[in-house]
Structures are given as structure tokens and as C-alpha cells.
Ligand binder design. Structure first.
Ligand code: FOL
Length: 227
């Protein structure tokens, strides 16, 4: 039985059209969502579905990997990249080196394959990781949704007053109505984050039925799983 690494997408998108970006950057500034992104993607505890950290000999503290496209890498403020406490994987068909602390592949499937082959002790250019987060952008998310590996989507749903006025130019394919994904109750999201030892992230989730309101945007944290 191959103990698989948890692979998830994490994304913030508008409710109706699933807009995620505008002019190479995020269409909003949502500090609580960004805190959740940082905490979830930095959590060393993998958080599969039934995989606990239960070993007599404590394992090395593995970091998660964040997998992103070249344009998303460029969109991250220089002072924050590479994203700390995470193995940064950048996908590019042409650029081969994004600097210290980064690993480059020319396709998503190549990156996922390399990451899954480094679960323990074997020859590889990339360190073993505890879990994999696909962090965008549009081209990478679209490819990821066609790939069998991802089993979860951490989706922050943003409800702008006027979605049209936001002028998003990049979108997430609408995976919600395909039938292969289903939304989990908020209690399950809280439970998963607790299993992942993301107690700080649990504290960011508002009471049931409430949304976060920040900088003029209402939004909520949702969890989706593959059937
Ligand atoms: N997922 C969610 N839920 N929200 C997002 O905003 C988001 N953004 C991306 C991917 N998935 C997401 C891609 N864009 C940083 C900046 C842009 C970005 C992802 C990350 C960034 O600078 N992150 C820092 C924290 C910065 C801060 O605290 O303001 C980090 O350490 O993660």
C-alpha cells in the first residue's frame, strides 16, 4: 500500500465566476484569508484523512511543498518569497532556476511525480515533503483539476458587492458542479485543520453561518473533497 502524500489545491475565488486574479495580482487584500493560506500551507502535519503522527521514533519535521506557476511566483512580493517553512516548487517551460530555496519543473505532473518519489530516503534533488499544496495560478489549477492526485480543495469563496466591477481576468475552472467534487460541512474543515495541528487556522474560521468581512469583501472558507 503506497502511503500517498495529501495533495490539495488552495485558492480564493469569487462566488459566481470563480475569478482569482486581475493584471497579474490578487483582486483583493484579505488579511485573514492570507493568514489561513500561510498557516495551512506551512503545517508540517500532513493531514491526509486517517494518517496520524504516531511513531515511537519521531520523524524529521517534514515541510509541505507549495507548487505554483511562474506567473504566481512573480506575483508574490519579493520579501515573502520563497514562502518560508515550505518547499517552493515553481513550474516553468523555459526558466530553470528561481533562486535559493526553490525547485523547478517544466510540468505539474513532473513535479508531482518527483515529489511523490521523495517520501523518504532515495536519491533526489528535492527534499521529502509531508504534503503538497497547489497554489495556482489559473493555468496550474486547471491542470491540477484534470490530474488524479488532488483529493481536496481549500476554497475561499469571495462575495463581492459587484463581481463584474471587480474586472477579474483569470478564473478557476468551475469544479463545483462537475459531480466529482462535493463540499464538506464547516465542522469537517475545523476537524481537518485540528488533525493537521493548525489550531491557529481553526481560530480564524467564523461561527457557522457567519462570513468574514474585510476591506469591503465578504468571504467564507470552504472545503471540497473528491468523491
Ligand atoms: N489561496 C487563498 N486562500 N488565498 C490566496 O490569497 C491565495 N493566493 C495564492 C494562492 N492561493 C491562495 C497565490 N498568491 C502570498 C502572496 C500571493 C499569493 C500567495 C502567497 C504571500 O506573500 N504569502 C505569505 C504571507 C504574506 C502575508 O502575511 O501578507 C506567506 O508566507 O504565505
Amino acid at each position: 500500500a503506497a502511503a500517498q502524500l495529501p495533495v490539495a489545491l488552495i485558492v480564493a475565488a469569487t462566488h459566481t465566476s470563480l475569478g482569482i486574479g486581475r493584471a497579474g495580482t490578487l483582486p483583493w487584500r484579505l488579511p485573514t484569508d492570507m493568514a489561513l493560506f500561510r498557516l495551512v500551507t506551512s503545517s508540517p502535519a500532513g493531514g491526509s484523512s486517517s494518517q496520524q503522527q504516531q511513531q515511537l521514533q519521531p520523524p524529521l519535521l517534514l515541510q509541505p511543498a507549495v507548487v505554483m506557476g511562474r506567473k504566481s511566483w512573480e506575483s508574490i512580493p519579493k520579501k515573502f518569497r520563497p514562502l518560508k517553512n515550505r518547499v517552493n516548487v515553481v513550474l516553468s517551460r523555459t526558466v530553470t532556476d528561481f533562486g535559493p530555496g526553490t525547485y523547478t519543473f517544466s510540468s505539474l505532473s513532473q513535479a508531482l511525480s518527483a515529489l511523490s518519489q521523495t517520501t523518504s530516503s532515495s536519491f533526489s534533488s528535492i527534499p521529502p515533503v509531508s504534503s503538497i499544496y497547489i497554489i495556482g495560478g489559473a493555468e496550474i489549477y486547471a491542470e491540477a483539476l484534470k490530474h488524479p492526485a488532488p483529493s481536496r480543495v481549500f476554497l475561499t469563496t469571495v462575495y463581492p458587492d459587484d463581481e463584474q466591477a471587480l474586472q477579474c481576468d483569470t478564473f478557476l475552472p468551475d469544479f463545483r458542479r462537475t459531480g466529482e467534487w462535493h463540499q464538506k460541512p464547516t465542522a469537517d474543515l475545523r476537524r481537518l485543520l485540528t488533525e493537521m495541528q493548525c489550531h491557529e487556522a481553526v481560530a480564524l474560521i467564523p461561527p457557522d453561518g457567519e462570513k468574514v468581512k474585510e476591506n469591503g469583501f465578504e468571504y467564507e472558507f470552504t472545503l471540497w473533497e473528491k468523491r
